[in-house]
Design a protein around this ligand. Structure first.
Ligand SMILES: C[S@@+](CC[C@H](N)C(=O)[O-])C[C@H]1O[C@@H](n2cnc3c(N)ncnc32)[C@H](O)[C@@H]1O
Length: 397
């Protein structure tokens, strides 16, 4: 969050920092940043802006022959080194990276993606070490929280929920903020869409092509042992069936989805084994039984990135055959291009650390989706970008 200066002197310093950033005056900025913060705002400005937003906006459009020069790049780097926040929002709801993207400033955009990856990796390491409570980390989380309006599927991290504690369960105004609360909430199956109790779209049928491709990538031939986690509208499971698996495990935790599986005859299908419950409870048992699978697909709801990470680094490594394929729904931060790019890269790095190589396939999302009627009646669009990056993971050789 940008800091608003209090005194007249602070305001002047803020104005000088923003002005030096805007002029890409690196020597002046170096001196000024010894006294002031890289995250100041000028409260007297008509459109409040942080120094890094100002520095990037001042680059202009690359297509007008204004490709960012060395001093612009140095300015952005200097501000980042001094703590400028990669996903800070200005009044237009743009991060610095969003501005770079709009201006076609590829080098600057790449700097912002790299900064986002560094910040998120550091933040997750601090969380793992129990150091998430310091001011800077909290500040970062607050900004990242504002970055994730998309409720569907993997959220980047837990948003600030507004829980009202009752005796033993939370009441949330958005059930997707807590997996266990979601699993107790009412679902509605409507034509082409599955909604939760808070009107979040859990699944939509525009994703059919994506699901079919995921099924193909985890099942390159017939007769394999496959597993899908999260049945939803059954799109991926229907696609998996066309590859005639010798075993087709489905893990699903929501009672209404079990009911639907029953109504649609999934329990009677040959080779289909339905595991009712959360994957967190089912998978340790499958590991204990020594189950080995040729393909695993993961697409749940109301779970954050940490759940996905736990899924592959704790379980996929134990359940997947040496030549097996792992796929997962890549919806991380899909309502903002820079968040999608940052988290796609973070996931790739964490997957590598867990022992997986990743191949990405780009799939064009229907161009008519953005702002379309498909989102009517939903809480918010969880997808606003053009390309779905489909991951295919195999063990590192
Ligand atoms: C986005 S939908 C899956 C859509 C599916 N890929 C399709 O093609 O229709 C997510 C599903 O995961 C289920 N789910 C959520 N959390 C779960 C958990 N912890 N364990 C198992 N299933 C879960 C939800 O109830 C929902 O049915």
């Amino acid at each position: 969050m940008a800091l608003e200066p209090a005194s007249e002197g602070d305001i002047q310093l803020a104005q000088r920092i923003i002005s030096a950033a805007e002029r890409h005056d690196v020597p002046a900025l170096k001196v000024l940043l010894k006294e002031g913060s890289a995250n100041v705002q000028d409260p007297t400005a008509t459109v409040a802006t942080s120094p890094i937003h100002a520095a990037i906006a001042a680059c202009g459009k690359a297509e007008d022959g204004k490709e960012a020069d060395e001093s612009a790049i140095q300015t952005v780097n200097l501000l980042l080194q001094n703590g400028a926040i990669w996903n800070d929002l200005n009044k237009e709801d743009d991060t610095p990276g969003c501005i770079a993207l709009k201006l076609g400033q590829k080098k600057i955009y790449e700097l912002m993606v790299e900064a986002g990856v560094r910040a998120e990796l550091l933040f997750s390491k601090m969380e793992a070490l129990g150091l998430g409570g310091n001011d800077e980390a909290e500040e970062e989380e607050e900004v990242a929280g504002e970055e994730q309006p998309a409720a569907k599927k993997q959220k980047v991290s837990e948003e600030e929920a507004k829980p009202v504690e009752t005796v033993d369960e939370k009441v949330l105004d958005d059930v997707s903020l807590d997996n266990k609360v979601y699993l107790k909430s009412q679902l509605r199956y409507k034509p082409g869409i599955l909604l939760d109790e808070s009107d979040n779209a859990v699944m939509m049928d525009w994703e059919t092509q994506i699901m079919q491709r995921h099924a193909e990538t985890i099942a390159p031939k017939k007769g394999l042992k496959l597993m899908n986690v999260g049945h939803g509208m059954g799109i991926v499971d229907t696609a998996i069936q066309t590859h005639e698996p010798s075993e087709h495990h489905i893990i699903e935790a929501h009672p209404q989805v079990h009911q639907r599986l029953r109504e649609q005859g999934w329990y009677e299908k040959p080779n289909v084994i339905i595991h009712e419950g959360r994957w967190q409870d089912i998978l340790p048992k499958l590991v204990e039984q020594g189950v080995v699978l040729d393909g695993i697909y993961y697409d749940t709801f109301a779970e954050d990135y940490n759940a996905l990470k736990e899924f592959f680094s704790e379980y996929v490594i134990q359940l997947l055959a040496p030549e097996g394929k792992f796929g997962w729904y890549n919806g991380l931060g899909a309502d903002r291009q820079i968040c999608y790019d940052v988290y796609t890269r973070v996931a790739e790095m964490d997957l590598y650390e867990a022992g997986f190589d990743t191949v990405w396939e780009d799939i064009q999302v229907p161009p008519t989706l953005r702002g379309s009627k498909e989102w009517e009646g939903t809480r918010r669009p969880y997808w606003t970008i053009d390309i779905y990056r489909l991951p295919i993971n195999t063990f590192v050789k």
